[in-house]
Write a protein that binds this ligand. Structure first.
Ligand SMILES: NCc1[nH]cc(CCC(=O)O)c1CC(=O)O
Length: 320
């Protein structure tokens, strides 16, 4: 579909990564003949640096202000790391576009050690992601895992100040900011399974802005969208919050989608629960269905080994 040239305003957070992502979309839309300006804003999520996101209200904190700008017509689209986009958007908002995925892997970053295996017993690793905590505990129960928040530059600075022996970050963010040289090793997804949506960009609009949705259709990467729709379905069915030790990663080979998901125990009492399912998918709906099957199996296995899913409200708790 073609659309006539327009003037668009992109609402964006002001972190270096968010600005890079907004400028990336700006340049792609400019190539299509549109005029695009940026509206930078600070969100609540950017201002809370001393507590884990999971304790203060989650991912929504990063997108709320941007949605208000869309609602009030001060902006036409908002570019997000899909990983930070809540599973359910508020009424009146839609995901208009999922772009081609960057590297979905997690990166091991350290000034003294080449990889996880090289870390001495009891080494201090920084991360505040419950998924990374659970996966690291499963791989190396001896490690001391300490909270680490802030934007990418802040996290790297804290590593350089010697507060940690190593930190774990998404490779995509480091690559986008030209910081690939900081990556010592990329984790194999088989051992450090990525978060739902990791490495992909999503563009949010007001659902009634069909003009914007049609202009964005040229940026859509359908294979990525199928994969992340499945991952997000797993996440939504497991409770949809970011305070979950959940990993979900889907890959497409021709029309076969394979979804890997893992649910951990951040205290390290129970073993990781891992589920893999493959199926033929043809559209977002069938990809979503496969994701729901994965979630059902994850929940069954978590409960079967004595784990709890107390955060799941009765409305989403299925009969297993
Ligand atoms: N939770 C923060 C966040 N959200 C998106 C990215 C960058 C990678 C991506 O686009 O998935 C990061 C940094 C990180 O997890 O290290």
């Amino acid at each position: 579909m073609t659309s006539s040239p327009s003037l668009f305003t992109i609402a964006t957070r002001e972190s270096r990564l968010a600005m890079w992502q907004a400028e990336h979309v700006q340049s792609l839309l400019t190539d299509q003949g549109h005029s695009v300006q940026l509206l930078g804003m600070t969100t609540q999520g950017d201002q809370i640096l001393d507590r884990a996101l999971s304790q203060v209200g989650g991912k929504g904190l990063f997108v709320k202000e941007l949605e208000v700008a869309l609602e009030e017509g001060r902006a036409d689209l908002a570019v997000h790391s899909l990983k930070d986009v809540p599973m359910e958007l508020p009424a009146g908002f839609s995901l208009a576009c999922v772009m081609e995925r960057e590297d979905p892997r997690d990166a091991f970053v350290s000034n003294n050690y080449a990889d996880l295996a090289a870390l001495p017993q009891g080494a201090v690793v920084g991360t505040s992601s419950l998924r990374r905590v659970a996966l690291l505990r499963a791989l190396r129960p001896d490690l001391k895992i300490e909270p680490l928040r802030g934007n990418l530059d802040t996290r790297l600075r804290k590593l350089d100040e010697g507060l940690y022996d190593a930190i774990v970050l998404a490779a995509a963010g480091l690559k986008r900011l030209g910081l690939s040289a900081r990556i010592r090793t990329e984790f194999d997804p088989a051992v450090m399974l990525p978060a739902a949506g990791q490495g992909a960009l999503g563009i949010e609009v007001r659902s009634d802005r069909t003009d914007v949705i049609s202009a964005l259709s040229t940026l859509v990467h359908q294979q990525t969208w199928l994969a992340v729709a499945a991952e997000r379905a797993v996440s939504r069915a497991m409770g949809g919050s970011c305070s979950m030790p959940l990993a979900a990663y889907a890959t497409l080979a021709q029309d076969t989608l394979t979804i890997d998901a893992a649910w951990g125990d951040t205290e390290g009492r129970l073993p990781l629960v891992c589920v893999r399912l493959s199926g033929i998918v043809s559209d977002i709906e069938s990809a979503t269905d496969l994701g729901l099957q994965v979630a059902r199996e994850l929940r069954r296995q978590v409960l079967a080994q004595g784990g709890t899913l107390a955060h799941l409200s009765p409305t989403v708790t299925p009969t297993v």
